[in-house]
Design a protein around this ligand. Structure first.
Ligand code: ARG
Length: 421
């Protein structure tokens, strides 16, 4: 039996090659195979609970579903693949599994199951990078370096403080990822095509069987909602935006001009032409991936914005951006974690730049103001006599920023410890 007969009844002709080339999605939605089987096993349980399947039929279907393996071949989508593979094992009984179910609630369920795992993956990977940044932050809590505004040397900070700034951004990313996961934690199964299933099933226990927190509340919304996916893409885009900023900083720190740090050989590339070159490809690809992720998010929102309720086939194109984003994070984050952990610092060069009179000007003005002179006047005075010998050391300047969130080494140590706890 041809698997296209999932919907062949009213058609005299089979689908043309032209249609199939455009319409088939098995080439990419095969990624949802495990989730489709998981959802189908749970649906078989619901069918038994309402008497559509007897105990023996249920056992036969579940056993066959669990024995399925993904393979190549011409299939419309992963749902047809699973059904036709099931049919090959249990015969016409396979046709009962789709009772009261639609591919619309099926694919929304598959995608949500997939997304929860993608969120867990992302969280674990980001957590490792946060830990690496905090470790580095602790170790370099007293390492002076120039801090910048407008990419002009501004005031001394510590390298540890720089590390923890990125740790903070990534900690917010973690909470956004957790948020996306929890809002998407609702099971669409039982919504059928759009109006709800006619079967007397308990949707809450079905949801719990699949590991969801609850069942969705409106069948029209459930089959066409992709907010959870948009939120994942947004959380990932902002994460990648942060990583791109980190990359840009490190490209500058490792430049010949700044020379504050050097990439370990194993995490840098060379030039085929210029023997002296050591290139920061990992960091440049991070910037590039951030650009692509922003495009994925924008495209995704554009896909959704004109859709009438409920399901529309446009939604078939929701998957690849998600799959690509997960793959990107899986490759990028471990590389950046290794890079942060093993970056070689040129501490003398950083300290020399941080201790220059220009960078200490603000701390000197602060010191003058502390004697009672209005800060405006102190600012003016120091501004006019920048070539005079500095009356403050870089260590004093750093230690004076002894406020919560400040760059004083002791504060940086405390902040790093809090993250590592
Ligand atoms: N392959 C489809 C998708 O990913 C599955 C849902 C098909 N539903 C439909 N009504 N044709 O969106």
């Amino acid at each position: 039996m041809d698997e296209m007969t999932m919907w062949g009844g009213r058609f005299a002709d089979g689908p043309s090659a032209l249609l199939r080339a455009l319409n088939d999605s098995f080439a990419f939605d095969r990624e949802l195979f495990a989730e489709d089987v998981e959802g189908s096993v749970a649906w078989a349980g619901a069918l038994q609970s309402c008497g559509v399947l007897n105990a023996e039929e249920h056992a036969q279907i579940v056993e066959a579903l669990r024995s399925l393996r993904l393979s190549d071949g011409e299939h419309e989508d992963v749902h047809s693949f699973v059904e036709s593979s099931l049919r090959a094992l249990v015969g016409p009984l396979a046709g009962k599994l789709h009772t009261g179910r639609s591919r619309n609630d099926q694919v929304a369920t598959d995608l949500k199951l997939w997304l929860k795992k993608a969120c867990d993956d992302a969280s674990a990977l980001v957590t490792s990078l946060v830990q690496a940044l905090a470790q580095r932050g602790l170790g370099e809590a007293a390492t002076p370096m120039p801090g910048y505004t407008h990419l002009k040397q501004a005031e001394p900070i510590t390298f540890g403080h720089w590390c923890l700034a990125y740790a903070e951004m990534l900690r917010r990313d973690l909470s956004r990822i957790a948020d996306a996961k929890s809002r998407g934690d609702e099971c669409p199964l039982g919504s059928a095509a759009l109006a709800g299933t006619p079967l007397a099933i308990d949707r809450e226990s079905l949801a719990h069987n699949l590991g969801f927190a609850r069942a969705t509340s409106n069948s029209l919304d459930a089959v066409s909602d992709r907010d959870f996916a948009a939120e994942y893409l947004f959380a990932s885009s902002l994460l990648l935006t942060h990583l791109s900023r980190l990359a840009e900083d490190l490209i500058f720190f490792t430049s010949d001009e700044a020379g504050y740090a050097e990439l370990p050989d194993a995490l840098a590339t060379g030039s085929s032409r210029m023997p002296q070159k050591k290139n920061p490809d990992i960091l440049e690809l991070t910037r590039g991936h951030a650009a692509r992720a922003l495009g994925e998010l924008t495209g995704f929102l554009a896909l959704l914005k004109g859709l009438p309720l409920a399901y529309n086939k446009d939604l078939q194109l929701d998957k690849e951006p998600l799959f690509r984003t997960r793959t990107t994070l899986a490759v990028l984050l471990p590389a950046l974690t290794a890079l942060v952990a093993s970056l070689q610092l040129n501490r003398e060069r950083m300290a020399a730049a941080a201790g220059s009179e220009l960078l200490l000007a603000t701390a000197r003005a602060d010191k003058l103001a502390a004697t009672g002179i209005p800060f405006r006047e102190a600012h003016e005075q120091i501004g006019k006599s920048l070539d005079a010998k500095s009356s403050i050391t870089v260590e004093e300047a750093l230690a004076s920023k002894n406020v919560k969130g400040g760059t004083a080494p002791q504060r940086v140590q405390e902040a790093a410890r809090e993250i590592l706890e």
